[in-house]
Design a protein around this ligand. Structure first.
Ligand code: FAD
Length: 387
């Protein structure tokens, strides 16, 4: 029997496994129900073109956390890729997030920062100080009706399959507008993509003599030797699967959004000239198109073929992959009861995106796993290098 069982080999589970194995000599059994490690960050080459496709949607690495940056650089080098996003609205392409370039293109104007700021302030005053009653009013209140209706309303409606008038104002607390021409998507100190791909990075993290990986292994399949029934109470468990599933949905289901990915190989060298193109209008059923070759312009990819993926957003059922927490008031109440139940599970540590019901970027998942090791797990396994 291993010293610990880690359920889920996403960045959270992998980081915990790697740290326990390398710093404390702990023997780790790392299980995942999928046929590959790495959770949602996994990628693989599309067989016809060799173009690296991120299986669960484009994953851009970015962080301002020095400890996380130092840690991830132990396993991979990063390219100097800088992410930029564009959006198509009524047959015209605009830069995102909304910036001075977007504003001047949209209003056919040449405002400087102060004039643009004054314009948006005036347009955002439409509600006259009234408290926004729903997401639609909140959008108008934050950036004014013209920009909200062009760039946010239709996109939000597609993401949530719900009219923004029927969504709570709390879904968006801010809509950043930049009064410069800076259209870098992320503001973090460090940004880039793993030079030889995500799969290579993830595989290196698991490559330690103290880590055994078992794929296609569901923690809730009582017939397998590292199931919940077999290990809880026997060895410490780090659980990064869905928290409601762990408790057999006893307090009800937590709601998630999922994405359907529709992948095609097209007989052109370049389809859209950029990695991510959003589609803001409600009459286009997908929310965005990804074109993976643009994530690695330094690679020698075929010049006559490209891989594109259309993303369709919808509410998840229990059988779907849960991607983004919906986080309604009812979800928050349920989560609070699940948290009470968690405290009763001795030597089971809940972590990661699914285990804590919160959206985490990769650097946040890695950072919180490092903290869990320091604060909760290290005290159980003694001094570093003592085993
Ligand atoms: P996951 O990666 O989800 O890993 C959980 C693992 O647990 C999975 O492999 C799953 O199979 C396994 N598991 C679940 N239940 C069981 C069970 N019963 N038995 C065994 N195994 C189980 N982050 C960024 O920094 N930049 C991005 O651009 C970015 N884009 C994203 C796009 C999408 C569509 C999504 C969904 C996420 C994105 N992220 C991005 C977030 C990133 O994927 C997460 O930070 C990361 O996946 C979190 O890691 P995790 O280990 O918590 O969860």
């Amino acid at each position: 029997m291993a010293d610990v069982v880690v359920v889920g080999s996403g960045f959270f589970g992998l980081t915990v496994a790697e740290q326990l194995a390398s710093r404390y000599g702990v023997k780790v059994m790392l299980i995942d129900r999928r046929p590959h490690i790495g959770g949602n960050a996994y990628s693989e080459p599309e067989p016809e073109t060799g173009i690296e496709v991120h299986t669960y949607g484009t994953h851009l690495f970015h962080t301002s956390n020095e400890r996380v940056w130092e840690y991830v650089n132990r396993f991979t080098a990063f390219t100097n890729y800088v992410h930029r996003v564009y959006t198509t609205h009524q047959g015209e392409v605009f830069p995102m997030p909304i910036n001075l370039g977007t504003i001047n293109q949209f209003f056919r104007s040449a405002y400087g920062p102060e004039a643009a700021r004054a314009l948006i302030k005036e347009q955002a005053a439409e509600l006259g100080g009234k408290e926004p009653a729903n997401l639609d009013e909140q959008g108008v209140n934050l950036i004014g009706r013209p920009l909200y209706e062009a760039f946010i309303k239709g996109y939000t409606q597609k993401q949530w399959q719900t009219d923004p008038k029927d969504l709570p104002a709390s879904v968006i607390s801010r809509l950043p507008v930049r009064y410069t021409y800076d259209n870098r998507y992320f503001n973090d100190t460090y940004e880039g993509l793993p030079v030889d791909g995500y799969a290579a990075w993830l595989t290196r993290m698991a490559d330690h003599k103290n880590i055994e990986v078992r794929l296609d292994t569901d923690f809730f399949d009582a017939s397998q030797p590292f199931s919940k029934a077999a290990v809880v109470g026997q060895v410490p468990v780090i659980y990064t699967g869905a928290v409601d599933r762990y408790f057999d949905y006893s307090e009800g289901d937590l709601s998630w959004r999922t994405i359907d990915f529709e992948q095609e190989v097209l007989p052109v060298g370049d389809f859209q000239g950029t990695s991510v193109m959003n589609y803001a209008d409600p009459d286009i059923p997908y929310t965005r198109i990804l074109e993976f070759r643009h994530l690695h312009p330094e690679r020698d990819y075929p010049k006559d073929k490209t891989v594109v993926v259309k993303e369709y957003s919808r509410f998840a059922t229990r059988d779907d992959e849960p991607y983004y927490p919906v986080n309604t008031a009812a979800d928050r109440e349920r989560l609070a009861t699940y948290r009470d139940l968690m405290t009763g599970e001795k030597d089971v540590f809940f972590g990661g995106r699914l285990g804590t019901y919160q959206y985490l970027d990769m650097h946040m998942a890695i950072g919180s796993a490092l903290s869990m090791v320091d604060n909760k797990l290290a005290p159980m396994f003694g001094a570093e290098g003592s085993r």
